[in-house]
Write a protein that binds this ligand. Structure first.
Ligand SMILES: *Cc1c(COP(=O)(O)O)cnc(C)c1O
Length: 378
């Protein structure tokens, strides 16, 4: 039987952590404390330590982390409905959903084709007199914030929010961890992320005490103390069972990043096929390779390439085939937006296996299979 190189198998990813996870979950079960409590506090402490940010709030998931940040800024009067927020057009739709959910206006910026991320030029071009914030997304695990972008944001007086769902553990070119690059950051611990829970989970980090308080209150019915509601809030709290899973896994973050970096190096060294464009490696800082995303030079070949890999036993995925501005829910919303790079990426990208189900030897073999792809003879 032919060998399969699966794209991702979460059971296998979590198997090595099971003794620690089971011990953590057992602590919660025995504690009688099933909402909030010490496991959630411990995770928040670990996130403060990992980022150096003074405040961290565990929440229900990554989308809620983003929604709560924007709604908290509105609650504090620092953003107003109708204000413009620059968002990269090449992102998972949750980034945009959080902005529109808060009644803010997303202004989509086409990415730099080399990094597939927001750039200083993209930021500059999307700026208008109504811009009040930027949501940068460290897509695929690559930090999308540098000194030039910082200067633009500072000059324009923008609030800087990070969507750090895909880049936990990465460092900016200036050596600062993602999640500590702006005013506030959203984390997702969705099971497929570099550090994944066994269900939904997320967090907010911030350097702003008032924002941290507002996020915490909004996530807890808008209540700042018992039976006292200062906002029309939600229930977006972090489940302590998931917090216990995460406190077991988070100490292994550096290993996880190194493992992904090793696989990325193998792919970058071994893949040599003129039909493909390999991802760019940042000159400074670190990339944590949430996804290893290659592109077909000729987008018309993508379906054949994926079918060929599948026949050869290699699982793949596409992040993302339909960009947010072309989703049915936003019909009519982004009419006239010219986002040629985003649309080209959506049509040409392919993600290769890079989870802990893949070994460096597998990556070498996958590269060999990829190098034998010849569109002229297939
Ligand atoms: C996963 C993800 C989210 C949403 O996180 P959830 O925990 O799934 O709600 C937001 N933004 C990006 C870029 C993501 O990859």
């Amino acid at each position: 039987m032919k060998k399969r190189y699966e794209f991702l198998d979460l059971g296998k990813v979590n198997a090595p952590f099971m003794p620690e996870i089971e011990a953590g979950v057992a602590r919660v079960l025995a504690s009688g404390r099933y909402v909030g409590g010490p496991e959630v506090e411990r995770l928040e402490e670990m996130l403060r330590e990992a980022t150096g940010m003074p405040f961290a709030v565990g929440v229900s998931n990554g989308l809620d982390a983003l929604r709560l940040i924007f709604r908290a800024y509105i609650g504090l009067g620092r953003l107003r409905p109708g204000d413009e927020v620059i968002v990269p057009a090449n992102t998972y739709i949750a980034s945009v959903l959080a902005v529109t959910d808060a009644g803010l206006v997303p202004v989509l910026a086409d990415p730099d084709p080399a990094t597939m991320n927001l750039s200083a030029d993209g930021l500059r071009m999307a700026l208008t007199p109504r811009t009040r914030a930027v949501l940068t997304v460290h897509l695929y695990g690559r930090p999308a914030w540098d000194a030039e972008m910082e200067e633009i944001a500072l000059k324009a007086g923008l609030i800087v929010v990070e969507d750090n769902a895909q880049a936990i553990g990465a460092l900016s070119p200036g050596g600062i961890p993602t999640g500590a690059l702006g005013d506030a950051a959203a984390f997702s611990f969705y099971p497929t992320k570099n550090i994944g829970a066994l269900g939904d989970a997320g967090a907010v980090t911030t350097r702003d005490e008032a924002l941290a308080r507002a996020v915490r209150a909004l996530a807890n019915y808008g209540s700042d103390r018992r039976y006292h509601n200062i906002y029309e809030g939600f229930n977006c709290r972090l489940d302590p069972v998931q917090a216990a899973v995460l406190t077991a896994k988070l100490p292994h973050l550096a290993e996880e990043s190194r493992r992904r970096q090793k696989l990325a190096r193998v792919y970058l060294e071994c893949i040599a096929n003129p039909a493909l464009i390999l991802p760019d490696v940042p000159a400074g800082g670190t990339h944590v390779w949430h996804q290893f995303v290659i592109r077909l030079r000729d987008r018309a070949l993508r379906d054949r390439f994926i079918a060929y890999l599948d026949t050869e036993g290699v699982g793949t995925d596409i992040h993302y085939a339909v960009p947010p501005h072309l989703q049915p829910c936003y019909r009519g919303r982004f009419d006239g937006a010219e986002l040629p790079v985003t649309e080209e990426l959506a049509a040409s990208v392919v993600s290769l296996p890079i989870s802990s189900c893949t070994t460096p030897a597998d990556a070498r073999e996958i590269a060999g299979i990829i190098n034998r792809f010849n569109p002229d003879t297939l």
